[in-house]
Design a protein around this ligand. Structure first.
Ligand code: ATP
Length: 582
């Protein structure tokens, strides 16, 4: 398969403003892909070389690309810089220069060759790696057309900016290889168990839908996390859970999925990055406390080792460093609270009800000072639920996660549902909980911020339509250095029109590919004629907007745009808010 086909696809996607068109383009691309290359094309279409959990990154900065291009095309680096300032995109800048220099437009590269070389670039590390990466890049560029160079640069510098989401890929795979979008749930299940869309696509192409149904959990491949819905009124929670639930402390730490096979451990974060290197101490504790083959989930917190008390979330953030030293381990001692069992010695526990999973967890875990089970109580009345909630807060937790005890209370990988309901302290206020919203656009500021952005257009996520729908314009809560920081984070994601997956009535001055999630608080949710969240769902021609929105200062780098607060959650919060007011 010629790489040119992929470059053309990128070009078309960049121009489209419709989600349907985006899916159709992907369907065409997948259909024209040879069987043996489908996994590679899936990764490349989302700008990656392998699934996120492998941690494989290019680590190829713009400076490196500029130097290599200058040498190859025999031009001054400054000329490239100048073009970059003019166009705002290095890929586009180099494409224009390459055209001016008469670089051949005859397609010669194949997808397979590009993938192989990009993979080599990503895998090259250590001493002398920059030189080797540059050489490999140059080999590709020598054979590439100007359009291909543009996308090679964007891919390598991790600025592809197409914003194709997992759901769009899954829709397109279902249509391309089974003829019907309604088969997506089978693909989705396999993806939720493996977190690897390239692998699922390969099985689909080689073994069909039946093969995909056979895909099983494997140690080393993260399972997409089960998530909780939220409710603010204890009696409603109990009612929703059939009058009885397993209430567990909701620890305010970092969610970690632990995979163990003998002495080999893999730790995955909430967004499924491989964070094994960050917690050598936790691994040692787990070696002592847990069986030798399993997948479990825990919440890691920093504790005071003498009293055992949980220390604030901020302390844990100090452990989020690339290289953990003895200093970090001593200053910020970690404890793990296990709350779920997903797999044990060849047996899939995700299909078993929660009471069985918890019982097994209690059986196989040896509790120590640093490894414990989430504190839990089976509760069947409001008074006990309130008391337990206050006890959780006193013990330094955020509140409770109330879990269904029903026979169908399986572990729903990758799903947010009412089998788990979170009940948090902030729900006592008018606006139940903060919102995690995605930046989709920005508006220019006034006065000292003229010419720069003054407020951001924020959206929630609707998994049904795979769209980002607006909820508010936020301009307060930012500190002066936040603006610079946001500028730096967002500018590589700037696009010249509304992203096809963004649903907005408001027309922003600047548009961004959905990428960054910020935590936003506000006074209350109200019906809105300008925001598209919950449009027509509560009242005709009205959506839901957040009044007096404010940035809390918390950048949610741990969340992907698709992990943002969903439209359905906002509808629930709006209803809860009305109930609290009454
Ligand atoms: P939040 O932003 O409130 O942490 P979230 O979107 O990360 O929410 P939710 O599903 O909404 O995730 O809330 C559940 C989260 O609470 C889990 O992701 C996990 O990190 C944390 N947690 C703490 N204690 C528990 C527990 N006992 N059982 C399940 N999850 C727990």
């Amino acid at each position: 398969m010629k790489y040119h086909e992929l470059a053309n696809f990128y070009y078309q996607i960049e121009k489209t403003t419709s989600r349907i068109q985006m899916t159709n383009l992907l369907v065409e691309l997948f259909k024209s892909t040879p069987k043996e290359s489908i996994d590679k094309v899936v990764y490349l279409s989302i700008g990656r070389i392998a699934p996120e959990y492998t941690g494989l990154e290019y680590n190829f900065g713009e400076k490196l690309a500029i130097r290599a291009i200058a040498e190859l095309l025999n031009i001054d680096e400054h000329d490239i810089q100048k073009k970059l300032i003019e166009t705002g995109d290095l890929g586009e800048a180099v494409k224009i220069i390459a055209e001016e220099k008469g670089v051949s437009t005859e397609p010669r590269l194949t997808v397979e060759e590009v993938y192989r070389t990009l993979r080599q670039i990503a895998e090259t590390t250590g001493y002398g790696s920059l030189k080797k990466k540059t050489e490999l890049f140059k080999e590709l560029v020598k054979k590439a057309t100007p359009l291909e160079i543009k996308y090679l640069i964007r891919t390598l510098t991790e600025r592809l900016r197409l914003g194709i989401g997992d759901n769009t890929i899954m829709d397109a795979l279902a249509i391309a290889f089974t003829g019907e979008q309604k088969n997506r749930p089978v693909i989705e299940r396999a993806y939720n168990l493996t977190s690897d869309l390239g692998y699922v696509a390969k099985v689909l192409v080689e073994k069909g839908l039946e093969g995909v149904k056979e895909i099983k959990i494997e140690i080393g491949r993260p399972i997409r996390p089960m998530l909780a819905e939220r409710m603010a009124i204890p009696s409603f929670i109990l009612k929703k859970l059939g009058g009885k639930c397993g209430a567990e402390y909701k620890y305010d730490g970092e969610r970690i999925q632990v995979h163990r096979k003998g002495d080999t451990f893999y730790l995955f974060s909430r967004r499924l990055e491989n964070i094994t290197q960050q917690f050598p101490d936790l691994i040692e504790f787990l070696k002592e406390s847990t069986p030798d083959e399993y997948i479990m989930e825990l919440e890691a917190v920093v504790i005071d080792p003498t009293s055992g008390a949980i220390r604030p979330f901020q302390d844990l953030m100090n452990r989020r460093v690339k290289y953990v030293t003895r200093f970090h381990i001593m200053m910020y001692p970690i404890a793990g609270f296990l709350f779920d069992l997903l797999y044990l010695k060849g047996e899939d526990y995700t299909v078993k009800p929660y009471p069985d999973r918890r019982k097994k967890l209690e059986e196989v875990v040896k509790v120590t000072e640093r490894i414990n089970l989430a504190t839990r109580k089976v509760i069947d009345n409001v008074e006990d639920l309130e008391t337990f909630f206050h006890q959780a807060i006193e013990d330094g937790c955020e509140g409770l996660v109330c879990k269904s005890l029903a026979p169908d209370s399986i572990y729903q990988a990758g799903k947010r549902g009412y089998l788990w309901i979170k009940y948090k302290r902030d729900y006592k206020s008018h606006l139940a909980d903060t919102l995690d919203l995605v930046v989709v656009g920005a508006f220019y500021g006034k006065g000292t911020r003229a010419g720069k952005f003054g407020s951001l257009l924020m959206a929630c996520y609707d998994p049904e339509t795979d769209q980002f729908k607006t909820v508010c314009k936020v301009g307060s809560g930012f500190k002066e250095d936040d603006f610079d920081k946001l500028d730096e984070i967002l500018s590589p994601h700037r696009i010249d029109h509304k992203h096809p997956r963004v649903n907005s009535i408001l027309s922003a001055d600047i548009w961004y590919e959905p990428f960054l999630v910020l935590e936003i608080t506000g006074a209350e949710l109200t019906l809105s004629p300008v925001h598209t969240c919950a449009w027509d769902k509560i009242k005709p021609s009205r959506g839901l907007g957040l009044r007096f929105p404010r940035f809390t200062g918390r950048y949610r780098f741990d969340k992907r745009p698709e992990d943002a607060t969903t439209e359905q959650e906002i509808i629930e919060m709006y209803k809860n808010q009305i109930q609290i007011k009454v």
